[in-house]
Structures are given as structure tokens and as C-alpha cells.
Design a protein around this ligand. Structure first.
Ligand code: FES
Length: 122
């Protein structure tokens, strides 16, 4: 598996997030109490950016647009386009549910490295 150097580990302290530019895509990198997750920054619902989404205590990520919720550890969908009431569920029915692509992360030589390809495709 090929990895790409993303950031200095000191540039992503616990509780922070950053977007890394990989070839052909942007990856959202999140540090939750020292655990680092990397996911596609494009929401699988309508491809809008996820980097302003809410992160939950159980390592969930909620899209800021229609509030689809994903598990940062697995990329699994917890909820698909529930918002806004009425319209969100209509949008949900118009699109098939897709998991959020996740990337492998390693910390080496003081840097965060991200796998060039996702470990799981939606
Ligand atoms: S774009 Fe993310 S839930 Fe619709």
C-alpha cells in the first residue's frame, strides 16, 4: 500500500481537523483524542464537502448539508439524508446509500501519512 505524506503530526493536535489534497481527491483528516481518521471529504450523498461537518463523541461525522451520518472508523452509514424534514428524506430516496470511503493512516517520522487509495470504496 502506498502512502502520501500529509501533515506534520504537530499540525493536527487532538480535537482538530484538516483537509489533505491527494491526487484526484481531498481527504478529511481528523484527530479525536489522538486517534486519527482519514475519510473522503466528499459526502457520498451529493458530493458536498464534509470538512465543516459535526463530529460526535462516538466517532461519527454528520454532513453539514442533509445531515447524513457516517462512522469515521468504518465509513458505514448511520443515517442517510434525514434533513431537512420532508425534503431530506425525499432526497434520500433519490440516491442509493453509499458508505464513506476511508483511508489508512500511519504516523511515521513525525508526519501523518495517508494511503493513496481508500481501503474501502462506497
Ligand atoms: S450532501 Fe451530505 S447529506 Fe447530502
Amino acid at each position: 500500500m502506498e502512502f502520501i505524506k500529509a501533515f506534520l503530526i504537530s499540525d493536527l493536535p487532538p480535537g482538530s481537523r484538516k483537509v489533505a489534497q491527494l491526487p484526484g481527491r481531498k481527504v478529511l483528516v481528523v484527530n479525536i483524542q489522538g486517534q486519527i481518521f482519514a475519510v473522503d471529504n466528499a459526502c457520498p450523498h451529493m458530493r458536498f464537502p464534509l470538512n465543516q461537518g459535526r463530529i460526535t463523541e462516538d466517532c461519527g461525522l454528520i454532513c453539514p448539508f442533509h445531515h447524513s451520518a457516517f462512522d469515521l472508523k468504518t465509513g458505514n452509514v448511520k443515517e442517510w439524508s434525514p434533513w431537512p424534514p420532508g425534503f431530506g428524506p425525499v432526497l434520500a430516496r433519490m440516491s442509493r446509500e453509499h458508505a464513506l470511503p476511508i483511508f489508512s493512516v500511519k504516523v511515521e517520522d513525525g508526519y501523518i501519512w495517508i494511503s493513496q487509495l481508500p481501503v474501502r470504496n462506497a
